[in-house]
Design a protein. Structure first.
Length: 106
């Protein structure tokens, strides 16, 4: 199983410039619903390994990215393509919703 890497606010600009498509799970350790989708995010990372980077960002430690992308409720999974947010999935949803969202852009 692929481990989903944690990123920091400071890494966002590099990602926007270097990755054509990537997924970011905006999360927090205290968030129960976030823990519920963790296995789904890990499964997504496995399914798209080598094609789409799947990452997590702790909103408590990284408020800049959360504010910049309008994350008001978590879990929030944003899909970026060519530096822009193209999908925004908020809350606990079935795995298929993540796959459908990613497939539209790969």
């Amino acid at each position: 199983m692929t481990t989903v890497s944690q990123i920091e606010d400071s890494e966002f600009d590099v990602l926007l410039e270097s990755e054509p498509i990537f997924v970011v799970d905006f999360t927090a350790p205290w968030c129960g619903p976030c823990r519920k989708i963790t296995p789904l995010i890990e499964q997504l990372a496995d399914a798209y390994q080598g094609r789409v980077k799947v990452l997590k960002i702790d909103i408590d430690k990284n408020k800049i990215a959360a504010r910049k992308y309008g994350v008001k409720s978590i879990p929030a999974v944003l899909i970026f393509k060519d530096g822009e947010v193209v999908e925004n999935i908020v809350g606990v949803v079935p795995y298929e919703n993540f796959v459908t969202a990613v497939e539209k852009h790969v």
